[in-house]
Design a protein around this ligand. Structure first.
Ligand code: GLN
Length: 509
């Protein structure tokens, strides 16, 4: 059994922070032990780039700041970034051969904000190529493995992030969610993750997939740790044209989410033994139809009963366009991807073919060699639906459906419920290679997460049980209205105080 790093002795970021501030351990010691653990867990294939010198230099700076008494709120906390956030030091590949040797001249806003808060980065995490996938199998650098069962996928596309946190290699990780890529791997690896409202976290320096959908968020063990990481990530960024300056009247600045979290928690405390009294949970009928495996349905049902015991009431709702979220998303996301990825032309960025006849041949060979099969499939689909003659029939139609899906959620929130709950994925983690012959099977498994992304809503996943056939983790999805990240985290925290699914670790469930 490989050694676990020092930070695994602490149950939360808060507890680790107290130890660091109290001087009982240093950021450098923590970083060293995490680096060792990462090396001994190479079989997970979770990390793509590790650079001990860069990490230890960060840790030493943090130790100096701790001594001087001016350390940031995340001083010394070991984290790592999904390899779609550009970093000045480590290479940024987005899991693609196209960017195999790419190093950015600047840090993504998310990366610099977390570094400013004092977090120490252990490196870059494997993911589906350009974040396209649901199993972390499309990476040019090989599939990521699920720490609960090395033959299973960790979910995708932020699979390296989820696997590394679940295995205890780091305390938290960044991820990105275009159609489910934070919630889904968090669910399949038995940890927690939140995708905030579109526009609350800067996309500057995030390798673009579907720009109207992409949103960054944290993956960690439980809701309280998510709050600690999400807070410094958020905030208006004048360099990102889709970044929000205001959220619900409040400034989009660190402090907003924590304030709402604390207000929600104060209300819970007033309610005494039934902390969630008055909370209306919408349970969409369409999330429990065919395709949902009985073991996932059962775990989600049990979680809903726990919420009822905590005082919440359950309301059946309908999100009638749920099924349409798959075709709508798989038109819009590839359309945006095809334009975003046109920048990889062999001239300005990334891979260039060694031999070619003329400029056009160079671009086409470079793209063919640089992109994997799934990325090429998406670029083709995207280019097709944007073609003159097909644009109205596919792209515009998908945008209309997107609006209707958004309206369905708004109707639910304005008339029936405060939060929506349901499964994250239809099944527990599949085995690596299961869907190799049938890429569409992966697309279908995104049914419960895509609508939220199309609507730009915040949503999270928290662990709520294990499969019966194979003891693999199951996640519960909690969806809120715009800007309710704080309330969602408070609801999740309340559940996590009443249950211990989030405390289970691979090898000892
Ligand atoms: N599975 C979805 C896709 O492949 C979502 C991926 C994501 O959220 N990045 O597009």
């Amino acid at each position: 059994m490989a050694k676990l790093p020092l930070h695994t002795q602490f149950s939360s970021i808060q507890a680790l922070r107290d130890a660091l501030h109290g001087g009982s351990l240093s950021a450098t010691e923590l970083a060293r032990s995490a680096l060792d653990a990462i090396e001994s867990h190479a079989d997970l294939n979770a990390f793509l780039h590790v650079d001990p010198e860069l990490t230890l230099a960060q840790a030493r700076n943090v130790d100096a700041a701790l001594k001087a008494g001016n350390a940031g709120p995340l001083a010394g906390i070991p984290i790592a970034h999904k390899d779609v956030f550009v970093t000045q030091g480590w290479r940024t590949t987005a899991g693609s051969r196209m960017l195999e040797n790419y190093t950015s001249p600047f840090d993504a806003t998310v990366v610099s904000r977390l570094a400013d808060a004092g977090a120490v980065s252990l490196g870059k995490l494997n993911c589906d190529e350009f974040a396209m996938g649901s199993g972390s199998e499309t990476s040019y650098f090989g599939p990521v493995r699920n720490p609960w069962d090395l033959s299973a996928v960790p979910g995708g596309s932020s699979g390296g992030s989820a696997a590394a946190v679940a295995a205890g290699l780091i305390m938290a990780a960044t991820g990105t969610d275009t159609g489910g890529s934070i919630r889904q791997p968090a669910a399949l690896c038995g940890i927690s993750g939140i995708k905030p409202t579109y526009g609350t976290v800067s996309r500057l320096g995030m390798v673009a997939y579907g720009s109207s959908l992409d949103q960054a968020g944290p993956i960690a063990r439980h809701a309280r740790d998510l709050l600690d990481i999400l807070e410094p990530m958020t905030g208006f960024d004048p360099l990102d044209s889709t970044s929000l300056e205001h959220c619900d009247g409040a400034s989009n600045a660190p402090g907003r989410i924590r304030a709402r979290f604390e207000a929600a928690q104060a209300k819970q405390q007033q309610n005494g033994s039934r902390p969630l009294e008055g909370l209306r949970i919408g349970v969409p009928r369409e999330f429990f139809g065919t395709g949902l495996s009985p073991e996932v349905a059962q775990a989600v049902e049990r979680a809903l009963s726990t919420f009822e015991e905590l005082g919440a009431v359950r309301v059946e709702i309908s999100l009638p366009r749920t099924e349409l979220s798959i075709p709508a998303y798989y038109v819009i996301a590839p359309a945006e991807a095809s334009t975003n990825l046109s920048r990889y032309d062999g001239v300005r960025f990334g891979h260039r073919a060694e031999s070619y006849t003329d400029l056009e041949d160079m671009t086409s060979r470079s793209r063919f060699e640089g992109f994997g099969e799934e990325v090429r499939r998406r670029v083709l689909v995207g280019t097709y639906v944007l073609c003159h003659g097909y644009y109205d029939a596919y792209y515009l139609q998908a945008q209309r459906v997107r609006r209707m899906i958004t309206d369905d959620f708004q109707q639910a929130f304005s008339q029936h419920c405060d939060v929506i709950m349901g499964p994250v994925t239809p099944t527990v983690a599949k085995s690596i290679g299961d869907n190799r012959e049938d890429p569409i099977a992966d697309w279908l498994s995104d049914i419960y997460t895509l609508g939220v992304s199309l609507a730009g809503l915040p949503a999270m996943s928290v662990p709520c049980g294990f499969g019966t056939e194979r003891p693999l983790p199951i996640g519960l999805q909690i969806i809120g209205n715009y800007f309710t990240e704080g309330e969602l985290l408070a609801v999740a925290d309340c559940y996590q105080q009443a249950t211990d699914w989030h405390q289970r670790t691979p090898g000892q469930q």
